[in-house]
Design a protein around this ligand. Structure first.
Ligand SMILES: *Cc1c(COP(=O)(O)O)cnc(C)c1O
Length: 407
């Protein structure tokens, strides 16, 4: 599929809705990306970083115990085994290297939970680029460990005290910085969001996930999978897995949003599932589905997993949904917690809470598949970062039953 078009549009979504003062920075970035993405030196440098630093290719693991209990062949794409414990490093190294090729000396980034900040700080350290990460003071308090981690990696964490003191305010501050600093600074955006070329560029850097998966499943099963399942925050790990398979229309693509405390509660981040609050709009430079109130004010989201807790979704997902090429569902906080427990006990893998949403969907819907069908779940990250949250919810977890297979 040939998206986006020259203007960065995915059908009616995407595009570039930015203040005039950012136009030059964005145009320079687009020109450089178009130039270097086909450059043999850039490609081999990136390949080398991914293989010999980030630990790629990541394995495709067959889950024998889950498969026999749930009656379908279940595989996990192991992004949890990538360096720093999640898929975010693929994009951070790609953009970090691009910044170096552009002659930039400094990286800036926004972070909510700190995961993207850690990936950016890691890339900055590896590539020798000064790194400043904007983070709301509310998030800094909630994610103290990641703040310390970034500092250990040599990054400077800049507290943001405006607005709600969370992710969206950190994005605003990073953009403000970039307006005056772009001749020497690259803004390293963390998901398939923001103005063109970010949604395309981040997708391209993450699509290594799907390319590896295709090769691995052909080797291990000799056929294409029945379904690919991934959680969707901004949507970068999902599109990274899906992209290579978009033209194989027999492969079902399923994105799983954060259902939080349930759609009716209003406390969730399910931009597609909530027909009342999820509407077309513009946020941070791109047109897409955005959770908003009746006046168009951005609606505050909730999810037990910080990485899925954002009001907008990547524009390419909005198009895939309209085209019915991908379908979107959701898992609740409780279902994600239960999936953490099941995957840990049955396969010895502790997933990130984000990834557990995809696992929960797969287990809940396993009976819709035949026992010879092959489903691949993107395990976007490892769960060590979530231990505190999981411990706080352990009582709730003891009561959970609804994802268990029938006896
Ligand atoms: C950040 C994060 C996500 C959500 O981001 P996407 O852009 O939707 O992939 C999912 N899983 C993990 C482990 C993350 O750190």
């Amino acid at each position: 599929m040939d998206y986006p078009d020259k203007r960065g549009k995915f059908g009616e979504y995407g595009g570039r809705f930015i203040p005039e003062v950012l136009m030059e920075a964005i145009q320079d970035l687009e020109d450089a990306y178009e130039r270097f993405k086909e450059d043999p030196h850039f490609k081999s440098d990136l390949e080398n970083l991914l293989q010999n630093y980030a630990g790629r290719p990541t394995p495709l693991t067959y889950c024998s115990r889950l498969s026999s209990e749930y009656g379908v062949r279940i595989y996990l794409k192991r992004e949890d085994l990538a360096h720093t414990g999640a898929h975010k490093i693929n994009n951070a190294l790609g953009q970090g290297l691009l910044a170096k090729y552009m002659g930039k000396k400094r990286l800036i980034a926004e972070t909510g939970a700190g995961q993207h900040g850690v990936a950016t700080a890691t890339a900055g350290a590896k590539l020798g680029l000064k790194t400043d990460v904007y983070m709301g003071t509310v998030d800094m308090k909630r994610q103290e460990l990641n703040v310390f981690r970034m500092q250990l990696l040599g990054a400077n964490v800049i507290p943001v005290t405006s607005g709600s003191k969370t992710l969206k305010d950190a994005i605003n501050e990073a953009m403000r910085d970039w307006v005056s600093s772009f001749p020497s600074t690259h803004y390293l955006l963390g998901s398939v969001l923001g103005p063109h070329p970010y949604p395309m560029m981040v997708r391209d850097f993450q699509s290594v996930i799907g390319r590896e998966t295709r090769e691995q499943i052909m080797r291990q099963e000799g056929r294409l999978p029945t379904a690919l399942i991934a959680c969707v925050g901004g949507g970068s790990n999902a599109i990274g897995l899906f992209y290579e398979f978009i033209e194989d229309t027999e492969v079902e693509l399923v994105g799983v949003e954060a259902g939080g405390e349930g759609i009716k509660s209003g406390r969730h981040a399910a931009r597609f599932a909530d027909k009342k609050l999820g509407k077309k709009g513009i946020l941070h430079g791109t047109r897409t589905f955005v959770l908003q109130d009746e006046y168009g004010q951005i609606y505050n989201t909730h999810s037990i997993s910080a990485g899925l807790d954002y009001s907008a979704v990547g524009p390419e997902h909005s198009l895939l949904r309209d085209l019915k090429r991908a379908k979107y569902s959701y898992a609740t906080d409780e279902e994600a917690l239960e999936a953490v427990k099941i995957l840990s006990e049955k396969e010895g893998i502790l997933p990130a809470l984000e990834s557990a949403h995809a696992v929960a969907y797969a287990l809940k819907n396993a009976d819709k598949y035949d026992k010879n069908d092959v489903i691949i779940i993107n395990l976007s990250g490892r769960g060590d970062k979530d231990i505190d949250t999981i411990m706080d919810n352990i009582e709730r977890m003891r009561r959970l039953e609804n994802l268990r297979p029938p006896r």
